[in-house]
Design a protein around this ligand. Structure first.
Ligand code: 5GP
Length: 188
């Protein structure tokens, strides 16, 4: 779609296990103009994940080469792995008038706020930390050590929620989706 109007950039952050992925799937179904950026990562592929769809899975060396080539809009290390947003597709989609969602953690989020002061920033909150721990465990995709690291990272990340323009609690998934769609389409 190209209506000569630059698309909106949306920064979307939430702790591991908060349900970000499920919310995003529903947003995509509801708004075909939304495009979700596919990040590069050095972390191992989880069961069911597809290379090029959920992430582009790369080696540490490949990632570091991309950093040198200035290929990332932002990147960060999270729980011992690199994660980064490739620059070109995001710029292309924005130029094409698409709403671009960056589903990234806090360190990258702060870089994006600096570079794009007009970014619409949304932080997804769990109803409580106990509930977050329960969801992470029920997901069953991480071992105990990784769960502990992710919970500790979550507590740290929650300290940055006020830097975001909008905080959305994921208590009821459909309500969270409605709320985010309203935010995205505000002043569209
Ligand atoms: P996961 O390993 O659970 O897929 O992602 C771990 C964290 O990395 C999540 O908070 C996710 O939002 C974040 N993340 C995913 N892609 C990127 C990226 O390109 N850049 C940054 N800074 N964080 C990312």
């Amino acid at each position: 779609m190209n209506n000569n109007k630059r698309g909106k950039l949306v920064l979307y952050t939430g702790c591991s296990g908060v349900g970000k992925g499920t919310i995003l799937e529903k947003i995509r179904e509801r708004d075909p103009n939304v495009w979700v950026s596919v990040s590069n990562t050095t972390r191992g592929k989880r069961e069911g994940e597809i290379d090029g769809v959920h992430y582009v899975f790369v080696t540490k060396e490949q990632f570091e080469n991309l950093i040198k080539e200035n290929g990332f809009l932002e990147y960060a290390k999270y729980c011992d792995n690199y994660y980064g947003t490739p620059k070109k597709p995001v710029e292309d989609m924005l130029a094409d008038g698409r709403t671009v969602i960056l589903e990234i953690e806090v360190k990258g989020g702060l870089q994006i706020m600096e570079k794009y002061p007009d970014v619409v920033s949304i932080f997804i909150l769990p109803p409580s930390l106990d509930e977050l721990e329960k969801r992470l465990r029920n997901r069953g995709t991480e071992d105990e050590e990784t769960i502990r690291k992710r919970l500790s990272e979550a507590k740290h990340e929650l300290g940055f929620k006020d830097r975001y323009s909008y905080n959305v609690v994921n208590d009821n998934i459909d309500e969270a989706v409605d709320e985010i769609i309203n935010i995205i389409n505000k002043d569209a």
